[in-house]
Design a protein around this ligand. Sequence first.
Ligand code: GDP
Ligand code: MG
Length: 434
Amino acid sequence: MFESLSRRIREAVDRLRGRGRISEADLRSTLREIRMALLEADVNFEVAKDFIASVQEKALGRQVLESLTPAEQILSLVYEELVALLGGSPVSPTLRAEGNLWFLVGLQGSGKTTQAAKLAAYYRSRGRRPLLVAADTQRPAAREQLRLLAERVGVPILELEDGERPQVTRRRLQEALRQDYRDLVLVDTAGRLQIDEALMEELAALKKELAPTETLLVIDAMMGQEALSVARAFDERVGVSGLILTKLDGDARGGAALSARAVTGKPIYFAGVSEKIEGLEPFYPDRLAQRILGMGDLQTLMERVKAAELEAPERAPTEFTLEDLINQMRQLRKLGGFQEVLGMLPGASRLLPPGVELDERAIARLEAIVLSMTPEERRNPKILNASRRKRIALGSGTSVQEVNRLIKNFDSAKEMFKALSRQRGRRWLGRLGR
Ligand code: GDP
Ligand code: MG
């Protein structure tokens, strides 16, 4: 997600690089390009307009035109504005010592059931005692889905009956909590394919009875602008206290995700980044903004590297070879959300031709190039003259340009990949990390 937006903003800003002072017309045309990029990424029209107006005002106020580094100045203004758009500082749901009851609401397919299980796992690993509640009173299959997830996570579940009335649910829940004390109740509510009055009434009635301390609207980031009118409808009828954006690992343009905070006025608490139970992360506006602007998300990466136990390379990092590079790429897959992880690495995209995304196929091509080299060539790319390069391109079914690019950018790429090796990686990332 966000690849195309990211590329277009960087292209717009890069055109100003090395230019010295720029004119007001240059500034306007750069901002116009960024506005187009936002709109094409499906950012809400009003949101994009306000965004650009604000950047422009600050640019003029801070005398970017007089600056000798206009590209850097504009990039940092865009960064600040993106962070603000996404909510500024990170916000977590309110969590008291006890008596927390959270509703998960949203359309069918948005990811409520999955996020309920993810939240249970997330908070249990932080010392909480969650209880899951399967509150779809119409679809036994929906309750069954949560039961299976609850079993996998190892968290108890209370399942509602078909057509169960909210008063009954409240009593059953009180009874369940009396028997087995829980400090965080996560209620997976029913969804519909579209907003309908019956759903809203059902939710409102259940909410009145259970009095949740948070009402979390789950929004599918793949859904586009329509997600935002859905969000407004839920807020008006049921009341929403915060958002969870799911499927940020998807390949949608991402504009709805970027607009969600501004359009609803609600904080984004969490981001769903994979189908797996571990695929839930607190939402950090600054990190996402950095990722979109290609600054790399070292903080998140560092945390994942710590969590994922990468194997240390066998040789000393000074001998890091093309073979190691490919091995590290393979290991990166273990971190989950392969493309997303690569997107967090500043410079990883330089291994590929412009416009080609870092997906498994592109990596397979890089791998094919390396596999077509002799062991000696892999250890010592310096010996790769024109005829060797041609042979490798032929052997790997790629082009000489692709081979050249891989070799040319191997040095900068290997720095990053080395950083992912376990022992030294933390120190390296630690130095860079903020
Ligand atoms: P519900 O109808 O709102 O309860 O949605 P589900 O929890 O059943 O999720 C719908 C689909 O989205 C399922 O296939 C999930 O595996 C998938 N899903 C949920 N969250 C994520 C996410 O963060 N990333 C991806 N890629 N898929 C997700
Ligand atoms: Mg569900």
